[in-house]
Design a protein around this ligand. Sequence first.
Ligand SMILES: [Zn+2]
Ligand SMILES: [Zn+2]
Length: 283
Amino acid sequence: MATPLFSVHGGHSRYGDGTGDIWQFAEAAERAGLIAFGFSEHLPEPSHRTFRSEHLFLGQRDRAWYVDYMDDVDTVRHGFAATVDILCSIEVDYIRGAREWVLSQLARLDLDYVVGSVHYVRLEDEDVCIDADRESAEEAVRRAGGEEALFLTYLQHVRELLQWGLVDVVAHFDLVKMHFGAFPETPRLRAAVEETLEVMRTAKAVIEINTRGLKKPCRRMYPEPWILALACRMGIPVTLSDDSHSPEEVGFKLEEAARMAYDAGYRRLTRFHQGRKRSTIPL
Ligand SMILES: [Zn+2]
Ligand SMILES: [Zn+2]
């Protein structure tokens, strides 16, 4: 497949929970032959009640990093302009009730687009991280009343995130499977996925194929092929993400992701440009 490759979500560097400097990611993107690479560092979390407080480390950082992050991305944007289209984004966490706080943080940032994620599910008045250790994920299953029930609650959070009206890309659509593998495609689950994709369509949000799931216990791309095929039939645009957390991970399995999009029925990929502009390229 000769499709030009790119990544809209990744570049998690030493500014967040990754390793490496911004310029090292840009260099890796150039080396991998990517036509575009979007940085989407994690927005710090607001204060919220969590099941295990050690998951909250991102919320306790010095906020001055915003300026340094934007400056660094801007520097490589110019330095690599001849080869890679460098873009500046951020990964926003959905925390129920935190919209105003998130808006106040985003107001300081000049972003090309916004990536939105659900890493926490609110259960019994606490946010339980489903993106951390297995113990927490199992606690989430226990509190939700089973794996299917957790997935349904998780999707409810994704819809609430979309209702914030801030998100251009929905990250790792079925992240909840991370420790468990693919969930059975039950009628209830299918209906909830369809309902969530419908909200995405209304919000004009893009779904990503995120290759990082291959490195996780589930050893699968996000999302499942059946979800992607449904998204395609519903007219939801698709994009590619390596969700890299180190320069070595830049470009990881993006070709496979493009093939997955094709197999799901897509014939075009959506990418972003400076200033919230989008375009499509043929697969
Ligand atoms: Zn994420
Ligand atoms: Zn990420």
